[in-house]
Design a protein around this ligand. Structure first.
Ligand code: M6R
Length: 618
């Protein structure tokens, strides 16, 4: 949560910083700010800092900051910027980052939580004047306390006193060519350009300038100038780092003509699904080949239990994965919400395989849970989208889902790609166990058809938009699904509530009569998935029960199911596929329905209230 971007080089910093913030806005958007050291101060070390450092902050989204910056001109090639998701201190301009010390010379932007900020404040005493209620500002004053002319040393001494997490960028008015950044628990990527450096919470702000990056690890501190990058650990010992190449391109992080990132990302799905599965299966052997798993066949055969750990949408992909694994591989699977897993006493041994599933690779609960699983001796692997992210690096192998940048807060293409990767894992394990070549081949052939079938579902966009307009004023929704479509119902419900603020619930079809049925009325529409699979008749009976209570029904049904129209007010047809693959198609109408409802209600689709894309706090 919170996004940081910093630039030091020869280009004008402000546009790079503001555009960078727009890319990171998914990380938080209640206020934003930018601080620049103006070029005229570069030759004179002792200029009046008030004349050389410019700091502009605004409450609300980046547009508000942009508006405030209009008409102001800065000549600066060095600056830092921040977009905030409030933890300590309300949403006010004074709580917005960057923050400064008493002198106004030390300026920082921080992502994370300084847990012992009260003790630190007490230690610093009453001589320090605070201008905000944030924990982050205390860190600026702590650096001031230790500063004796060497910024890196002061930052290191200050960090030695800190309990908590940080992704941090710091500059000082007396060092107009020096940026210090540090990481513990909040991601930072350093982009290496030509005589220029970028530091940001993820690589998207630098994609237009460089693909060469260094991922800062926990406990590392980088001292960055225009010409040089020097990385040390918290004991100030030098560290040599490898550079990595980012594969995402600039275009993939843009809306490409769509009104919102969410819509663009929904429409990305046929393409990125292919990216996820390409080169990862062997048609002749009817199996998948996910080399990153990093386990021998003997180790794979020793696995008696799989635990899938995730949060939010990723946990629903995990639930779909459970059906796939159990059906194809015959291995018992548990799905654990990461925040629960980490605080119970999970029973884990060296025959347990744990997957941490995360789009961002930075979700704090998922990260803590996989660390716990590792400590207990399980095989721990990742299914992650963001390359080089913390979960990707904390696990001993795994698979990138190759969904490309997902910038809308509501996760869409990550869901389908996670589900596809889980399917490939289920197939790979299944083929080592009892699954036949023929079944494996049939599954791969059906999977290969999914991208085209997704396009057929997406072609119904206009129809789904009409449905969204028809139902947008209902204050409640119930989503129903059974079997592999129960997680689809959960995901549809989450999508709807998080971007429209309409109350919705999802229930397994068979559970409805155990309580939720009491909710139903003509004002309580039910969105149900009733595709042709082994539970079709059961689901149909559930829908009959809904119909008898006069609740309006919207169905996702299989093409050619003429009976569906008799049952429901509205039907969205999807192409037939194998049952285990159904989530890859059936989720799409629900994503579009949530999207169009949110647009019809005038919601901020890509940046819904109170949320942030990457939940890096507990
Ligand atoms: O980055 P992650 O996949 O670990 O994120 C997990 C959840 O925070 C995320 O899926 C969240 O539920 C989304 N807002 C759902 O659209």
């Amino acid at each position: 949560m919170c996004g940081i971007v910093a630039y030091i080089g020869s280009k004008q910093a402000l546009p790079i910083l503001v555009n960078g913030l727009r890319r990171l806005e998914y990380r938080g958007y209640d206020s934003a700010g930018v601080a620049l050291i103006e070029n005229r101060s570069q030759s004179t070390e002792s200029r009046n800092p008030e004349a050389s450092i410019q700091c502009v902050r605004a409450v609300g989204k980046i547009d508000n900051l942009s508006e405030k910056l209009k008409g102001q001109s800065f000549d600066s090639t060095f600056g830092i910027a921040h977009t905030r998701w409030a933890t300590h201190g309300g949403v006010t301009e004074s709580n917005a980052h960057p923050h400064s010390d008493c002198s106004g010379k030390i300026i920082l932007a921080h992502n994370g939580i300084i847990e012992n900020y009260r003790e630190l404040k007490e230690k610093l005493g009453s001589s320090h004047i605070y201008k905000s209620e944030t924990d982050s500002e205390v860190l600026a004053h702590l650096i001031e306390f230790y500063y004796r002319g060497d910024l890196r040393k002061a930052v290191l001494e200050a960090l030695a006193q800190v309990c908590g997490t940080y992704g941090l960028v710091v500059m000082h008015g007396d060092h107009p060519s020096l940026l210090v950044s540090a990481r513990l628990g909040s991601p930072l990527v350093i982009g290496l350009g030509e005589q220029e450096y970028f530091v940001a919470s993820d690589a998207t702000p630098m994609l237009a300038y460089t693909k060469k990056v260094i991922f800062l690890e926990d406990g590392e501190v980088a001292e960055v100038s225009r010409e040089n990058l020097h990385i040390v650990n918290l004991k100030d010992q030098n560290i040599t780092k490898q550079t990595s190449q980012i594969e995402w391109d600039e275009a993939s992080a843009q809306k490409q003509g769509f009104d919102h990132f969410m819509l663009k990302e929904i429409f990305d799905q046929p393409t990125v699904l292919q990216d996820a599965i390409r080169g990862r299966y062997k048609t002749e052997e009817g199996t998948a080949h996910l080399a990153g798993l990093n386990m021998t066949d003997a180790e794979m055969r020793s696995i008696k239990r799989v635990i899938l750990i995730a949060c939010g949408t990723a946990s629903y992909a995990a639930m779909a994965g459970k059906y796939m694994f159990e059906r194809l591989a015959g291995i018992p699977v548990e799905v654990d919400v990461a925040s629960e897993f980490r605080y119970r006493d999970p029973i884990i041994d060296n025959q347990t395989l744990v997957f941490g599933i995360s789009q961002s690779g930075e979700t704090a609960d998922t990260l803590a849970a996989i660390k716990e699983a590792k400590r207990k001796g399980a095989f721990v692997r990742g299914i992650v989208n963001v390359v080089g992210s913390t979960i990707a690096r904390e696990t001993d192998g795994g698979t990138y889902i190759h969904a490309g940048p997902e910038l809308a807060v509501a996760s869409t293409k990550a869901f389908t790609n996670m589900t596809a990767i889980l399917l490939l894992y289920a197939l790979q394990f299944g083929r080592l166990n009892k699954l036949s070549v023929a079944t494996g081949q049939r599954l791969l052939a059906a999977l290969a058809e999914i991208p085209e079938k997704m396009k057929l579902v997406l072609a119904q966009n206009e129809k789904i938009k009409e449905l969204a307009n028809k139902y947008k004023n209902n204050p409640n929704f119930l989503f129903l699904g059974r079997g592999v479509n129960f997680p689809v119902a959960l995901e549809g419900s989450l999508k709807l509530k998080e971007i429209t603020y309409i109350h919705s619930e999802a229930v397994a079809g068979g559970e409805m009569k155990h309580g939720p049925i009491a909710l139903l009325s003509p004002m309580f529409p039910v969105f149900a998935i009733m595709t042709k699979n082994q539970l079709y008749d059961k689901m149909r009976s559930n829908i009959e029960e809904v119909k008898a209570r006069k609740a309006p029904i919207i169905l996702v049904a299989t093409e050619g199911d003429l009976g569906a129209a008799e049952l429901a007010q509205d039907v969205i047809f999807v192409p037939p596929t194998m049952e285990v693959l159904e989530p890859l198609l059936n989720t799409l109408p629900l994503q579009l329905f949530a999207y169009h409802t949110a647009v019809a209600l005038g919601r901020d689709v890509d940046r819904p209230r109170n949320l942030a894309k990457s939940v890096t706090v507990e």
